[in-house]
Write a new protein. Structure first.
Length: 352
């Protein structure tokens, strides 16, 4: 099946409840029903970042493949990178259902999943079983269990297990669905966690770079502290941003008052402005990954011009299906050439 046909069938899938549809999508990917992109990427989209080579800047955000069960078929759709997770040390069921809500009128999703996953052992086993070399860059997203009282021990252990199996590791301290998790973005606590992770990294024979995923709801002072904390250490980059607890006045869906993190189109403006501010603060010394509202070439291009070297999609992919990937890449290449950029790197931060 070709990606365009798989996307055409998505309205039928959306007739299911959101979580059921998602589980069916993962099965369909492993059955080969979503197709694959066989055309090579346009050379103008190639990116060197994090010490890695990406054939294109479009990645799939964490949360779609929590247990790393569909990494290879997702990569074959044409993503430049796939971030699997969020994985926690121990399995956990997450919050009670229903916990995922489509805001179709707003092209958005609200979720309060709560890091539901099969745990680190199953996650690492699935990563280890992947055939190498992979067709795209692989990232791991890690977080703490809901009942954890020792994040300074948990995150290093998660890094140790993931590091031999992936190309980079993201420390997730910004999901709104684990009580107290966002408090770990505070300067002292974040510094302690990152110091512990970097100490574990220093002992590893293979040392993939460390990124931090931040919330879009940060105050100016909190954002400055996070950027400073990362710049003072060997942190490679930031993912800007996770889902938001804000509810813009523009939301029209009757589901808009559900608790949880909002992602998709309504997050685009706020997350892109945060990205722009982080780029200015870091002065290009951190690799930035732009997430929030990426659904087409224009939105990806806006993130890049605001300072992102890479971009991630989740809700945009959930609504657009596999066909959005080649379309986004084609349109992004057209926009880069229209504006006279010889390559993607030349456009990064051009409007920051």
């Amino acid at each position: 099946m070709r990606p365009a046909l798989a996307s055409a069938l998505m309205p039928f899938v959306r007739g299911l409840d959101p979580e059921g549809a998602h589980e069916l999508s993962l099965r369909a990917l492993n059955w080969g029903l979503a197709g694959r992109e066989r055309r090579p990427d346009d050379p103008i989209l190639a990116v060197q970042a994090l010490g890695l080579s990406f054939s294109n800047p479009l990645g799939l955000a964490a949360g779609f493949d929590k247990n790393a069960v569909a990494v290879l078929p997702l990569m074959r759709l044409g993503f430049g990178f796939v971030e699997a997770g969020t994985a926690t040390l121990r399995p956990q069921v997450g919050n009670p259902r229903p916990r995922v809500f489509r805001l179709e009128e707003d092209r958005a999703v609200i979720n309060r999943l709560g890091f539901n996953n099969a745990g680190l052992e199953a996650y690492a086993a699935n990563l280890a079983a992947l055939p190498r070399p992979l067709p795209a860059v692989l990232g791991a997203n890690v977080g703490i269990n809901k009942d954890s009282t020792t994040p300074e021990r948990d995150y290093p252990e998660l890094y140790r297990r993931a590091a031999p199996l992936v190309d980079y590791v993201t420390v997730n301290v910004s999901s709104p669905n684990t009580p107290g998790l966002r408090d770990l973005q505070g300067e002292a606590r974040l510094a302690a966690i990152l110091d512990a992770v970097l100490a574990a990294r220093a002992e590893m024979p293979r040392r993939p770079p460390v990124l931090v995923k931040i919330a879009p709801d940060l105050s100016e002072a909190a954002m400055e502290a996070i950027v400073g904390t990362c710049l003072d250490r060997d942190i490679a980059g930031l993912i800007v941003s996770n889902t938001t607890i804000a509810r813009p006045d523009t939301l029209r869906s009757p589901q808009k008052r559900e608790a949880g993190g909002l992602s998709g189109r309504p997050l685009f403006q706020a997350s892109t402005e945060l990205l722009r501010r982080v780029h200015r603060l870091s002065r290009g010394r951190l690799t930035l990954v732009g997430a929030g509202g990426v659904e087409n070439g224009e939105t990806a291009y806006s993130k890049i011009k605001a300072g992102a070297s890479l971009v991630q999609t989740y809700a945009g992919f959930a609504y657009g299906g596999p066909a959005m990937i080649p379309r986004l890449k084609r349109d992004l290449a057209t926009l880069l050439r229209r504006d006279g950029f010889p390559n993607l790197a030349a456009a990064v931060g051009s409007e920051a």
